[in-house]
Design a protein around this ligand. Structure first.
Ligand SMILES: Nc1nc2c(ncn2[C@@H]2O[C@H](COP(=O)(O)OP(=O)(O)O)[C@@H](O)[C@H]2O)c(=O)[nH]1
Ligand SMILES: [Mg+2]
Length: 332
């Protein structure tokens, strides 16, 4: 039986094999992915991002358990966090938490190798997600560590982006700096058992209100008054804030409800389709760029290419002149 057929029939071994091929970007992997692609587009992709140690993996565990208990959907977990404790079904140092998941045939956990370029990792993650989608995993949770570009890439990949914060450490300030709030659909304040939750929540709320003013402030007889904005646009999603204690499973129901509300909003507003378009469009574009570059480098003698780079380094050509020259053979 073909690899893709086995995967569509739910064979886990075949699935694991293809995931490896896709990660290695083998031609077999690419062919299988093309065959599977028509079967994708059914999954809800949930990105979970945030600083290391905020409790992302613990939350992802709890969410997966929640979905398995309350729905008949299969759940895939893709961990792009290099420090992630997921190692093929077991959690290092804290195996108890995972015990419920590891024996479950409806759960598949995959840790991505995080060597290579960010773009490469993002593309491989997108492919791995497509394999899971085709294999009938209707919930796909992608965990990435919030460090620079990677969480933005997750947001682009996911339908719903969950940003995880924890009290203390001045995390809320860091998040604002990193612009991480801009990509959040749901904001989780995890470790709500720790001191400083109220402060973290207050800081997040005021930042959110700056970004999404729900109230209008005006001056009346010298006094500052505020009224609710008369026309709250139902097409605008205001990120929900949820407090959780992942280690105790607290707040997980609320978190899954918030995620479900966001999915409903995406469907109602038409953003689900818009996000799909944007995601697949940029995936295609990235592949096209790469293919064009490969084709170009195949066509031009390596020595000539190096000579042009040397000219740029010696300030005899500007980078943009070099490109014109490479494409046209002259400077026009
Ligand atoms: N007190 C407390 N500790 C937590 C909570 N959630 C996670 N932790 C602990 O925080 C540490 C980091 O958790 P982990 O899930 O690996 O975080 P990640 O790096 O964001 O994936 C672990 O020791 C967890 O047991 C929580 O809600 N409260
Ligand atoms: Mg982790």
């Amino acid at each position: 039986m073909s690899l893709t057929k086995s995967i569509l029939e739910g064979n886990r071994l075949a699935l694991a094999r293809l995931l490896t091929q896709v990660e290695n970007d083998s031609s077999q992997g690419r062919d299988a992915l093309a065959e599977l692609f028509p079967h994708t587009g059914k999954a809800h992709l949930i990105g979970v991002t945030g600083a290391p140690g905020t409790g992302k993996s613990s939350l992802v565990n709890q969410l997966a358990l929640h979905y398995r208990k309350n729905t008949d959907k299969k759940v895939a977990i893709v961990a792009v966090d290099p420090s992630s404790p997921f190692t093929g079904g077991a959690v290092l140092g804290d195996r108890v938490r995972m015990r419920d998941l590891s024996g479950d045939e409806g759960v598949f956990i995959r840790s991505m190798a995080t060597r290579g370029s960010l773009g490469g990792i993002a593309r491989k993650t997108a492919s791995v997600v497509q394999v899971f989608d085709a294999a009938g995993y209707e919930i796909i949770i992608i965990e990435t560590v919030g460090a620079g570009q990677s969480e933005v890439d997750v947001a682009r990949l996911a339908h719903t982006t969950v940003v995880v914060e924890a009290p203390g450490l001045g995390d809320e300030i860091q998040a604002i700096k990193a612009g991480i709030l801009e990509i959040a659909d749901v904001l989780v304040i995890n470790k709500a058992d720790r001191p400083g939750v109220e402060n973290a929540e207050r800081a997040l709320r005021s930042t959110l209100e700056l970004a999404h003013p729900i109230k209008r402030v005006f001056r009346h007889h010298g006094k500052s008054m505020s009224i609710a904005a008369p026309t709250a646009d139902p097409n605008i999603w205001i990120p929900l804030i949820v407090k959780t204690v992942a280690t105790e499973g607290k707040g997980i129901d609320e978190l899954s409800e918030s995620i479900a509300k966001h999915a409903a909003h995406l469907h109602q507003s038409g953003d689900w389709t818009a996000r799909d378009r944007a995601r697949l469009g940029s995936e295609m574009e990235a592949l096209l760029q790469e293919a064009l570059m490969d084709r170009f480098l195949d066509d031009i003698p390596h020595k000539e290419y190096e000579e042009i780079i040397e000219k740029v380094i010696h300030r005899n050509l500007s980078p943009s002149e070099a490109v014109t020259f490479l494409l046209n053979g002259n400077l026009r």
